[in-house]
Write a protein that binds this ligand. Sequence first.
Ligand SMILES: *Cc1c(COP(=O)(O)O)cnc(C)c1O
Length: 495
Amino acid sequence: MYYVSTRNKEDRRTASEAIEKGLAIDGGLMTPEVLPKLSHNALDTMKDMSYQQRAVYVMNSYLDDFTSSELTSFASKAYGGNKFDVKEVAPVRQVDGNTYCLELWHGPTCAFKDMALQMLPHLLTASLKKNQENKTVCILVATSGDTGKAALEGFRDVDKTRILVFYPKDGVSAIQELQMNTQEGENVGVCSVVGNFDDAQTGVKKLFSDEKLREQLAERGFFLSSANSINWGRVLPQIVYYISAYCDLMRDEKIQKGDPINVCVPTGNFGNILAAYYAREMGVPIKRLICASNSNNVLTDFLKSGIYDRNRTFYNTMSPSMDILISSNLERLLFALSDHDDAQVREYMAELGQTGRYEVDKTIKEKLGKLFSAGYCDDAETQKVIGAMWKEHHYLIDPHTAVAFDVLDQYRKESGDDTPAIVVSTASPFKFCDNVLGSLGVTQLAEGTDVLDQLSELTGIPAPAPLAALKDKSVRFTGSVTKDHMVDQVLEMLR
Ligand SMILES: *Cc1c(COP(=O)(O)O)cnc(C)c1O
């Protein structure tokens, strides 16, 4: 199977090339030329498998140039041992009669980014070998919090890789900052950038297009790459958990094979919900894909009207990983829904670049309406949902997950559609203690990492071990630069 650029389908690559490059040369996203379909007994076969085995089964159908034994080894390194704190890896928990929650935060950094970033380093380093790349890859990341830590943890001490993370000094929570600054590993670097996420992101983009830097690094035996969610190696591992969740519901006899389900996904860059779309295309009986946003509701408007317009106020919300106005992975959906019309995708993306707005044609609009529903939820409502979920179900959820529960509720009320639904839970509530405690009515917050104990004592739920361990970790990284000095930091680290 080959991968093509969403902006030029003549640009065909093998899976390992697509993963190595991250982005196509024309700026498009590498996307499977054809989506594999699940065979008629695939779900039955996977039903009794472990998560690792399911991952191998699904990924195998996308990665022609990788062997099953390679994938088996990657899956066991990524999801086996005690990397995840539950053996199911991505457990499905029943909330009420027809509502389930897919918990994706049991990994080493307590957010769903681990599901892909524990796998990506293995796919990437194997891809480099297959393509006879001898240089060491340096992953540069600009993060608003969760991606940076998950990438550091995924690439830590992985052979032939370095990783350097830039985060905005004024843009991450205290826990998130501590998680990154205490990162262990010989090949890692962390540095804050004066300013907000946009400053860090713009800075990193500039580094990627810096010809002189590229030459200097090549002389030292390095090249730059990205662990951003535009890399196919991040989308693919995410398809697995949707299929896995359906298999769990079948195995536990909550549904019969073939029964429809809905999924509701808290969305930022459109990577997670795109994976659900691909799972549906492969044959998982997903009826509706429900896209949940916070007050940055550019996707809600798009899915309802067909008009994408980023010219709007940006809000800092209590679900920061969804504070995003340009959802990069939407480009892959446009490519699919336009029947791989690369010229059309190019045009939309050019309009987005020039005016910040585009409107899709009637055909795409109709398809969007058939597949997707969308809604959003502001901070006040998010708090209410966290409080109510705890009170009614004794279930503690983080603000991102709360947004999704609220949007599912809105959808059910508006449509009367009571199909069993899976809400995707993307972070541990302990990652966002301040806002979760606030939602439970606490007004006096403890200092620093003591908020973890405070939330634990209030709810009787222990904090996840990686977060509880932060107290005793020493800070390794204190560097801070202005946007214009990020290049010095890279050269300093890559000696
Ligand atoms: C990244 C992230 C999201 C958004 O996921 P996308 O793939 O960007 O849509 C939602 N919740 C949490 C906790 C995240 O870290």
